[in-house]
Design a protein around this ligand. Sequence first.
Ligand SMILES: [Fe+2]
Length: 408
Amino acid sequence: MESSSFRDCEAWRAEGLPLSTSSNEACKLYDAILTQYVTWRNIGSVGGLEGCFSAIKAADPNFVMGHVMSTGMELMGTASSPRLNQRLASAVKKTVELATCQNITQREKLHVKAMELFSLGYLKGLYSFGLMETRFYDQAEKVAMEGLALVPDDAWSVHSVAHVYEMKAEADKGLKFMESREKDWRVSDMLASHNYWHWALYFIEKGQYEAALQIFDSEIFKRCKATGSMLDVVDSSSLLSRLEMEGVCVKDRWREMLQVTLPHTDDHVTLFNDLHFLMASLGAKETGASQRLLEGLQELAKTPGDNYQHELAGPVGVPVCQALMEYQGGNYGQAVELMYPVRYRMVEMGGSDAQRDVFNQLLIHAALKSDDKHHQRLGRCLLVEREALRPNSPLTDRLMRRAMALHS
Ligand SMILES: [Fe+2]
């Protein structure tokens, strides 16, 4: 590529992406860096990436985006830590200072912020979570731990590691990890309850139901009532459902839960939330609220407009709601017939793999409890699949034993 083809100040402005420098040379080098980055190759005529990093600083030493590029790429590409690398720490500091004392665009400011967050390690937690949800568990754990080495109180990195142990059914590791870092992550008030929820899941995995209930009472539901935060509401319902499926009596907790969810019966903002509200009204045996939620959703499904959630209500949301209702009514075969055909579409409703596991578990319970021999065999197949995906899970073992006892 000819260096003359790179965009100068005016060309960048014409793209609607103005750069805060008056140096055409700096603008062209910025373009050259981007081009080499996305094509994964060094262009010799401009000195390769390294040559451009030096040249862009020489062309305009105060060009903020030049610093963002060179420092940002060093942070990402070398995984060098500014905590240990003084020169890199100074480079980050200098970029932030340059950005503060100049009148740069909002887009440039966001780039500086992203680079700064990356340098602090917070982005490692976000990256790790993406790796985790795409099932690169070992890599996700490694990246989150790198983030925690930089920012020990990053609750999102903690959360990502919590997911890794959940997905691998490594409950003991999870319990140890959450406890050892509790002081650091519990101060992040928006995520603390959710991290406690993950902690409680390990106890359920191990069959230690009282310990899970204790976390529900002392940490999760307490915060749920205080904040009304949707994440806390969803987690609370999910935890009670999981405990009930395990055969635990949760007493009047569903009625208390209903106080929080009832005002949301007609919201229909997301199907994922709706299903968790429904769990509460079903758990509290509030038939009217359950029916109303279902009918409201059925109505919206008729004319979804361009609302994606309402579009998804017909093919996925409504059948899953009905499955929950049939399950609660003891019509397990019917619950399987409704839920099994849409199990691969449930991901479209959102939530993490760990959060949606409540529905996987429900399908397995329904299949095992159904009178239909095909459903019972399906239940066993789903358990074999579950064991293959997360080996050595005590919860799966318990369900296997139950299947053997029920059908042998
Ligand atoms: Fe989570």
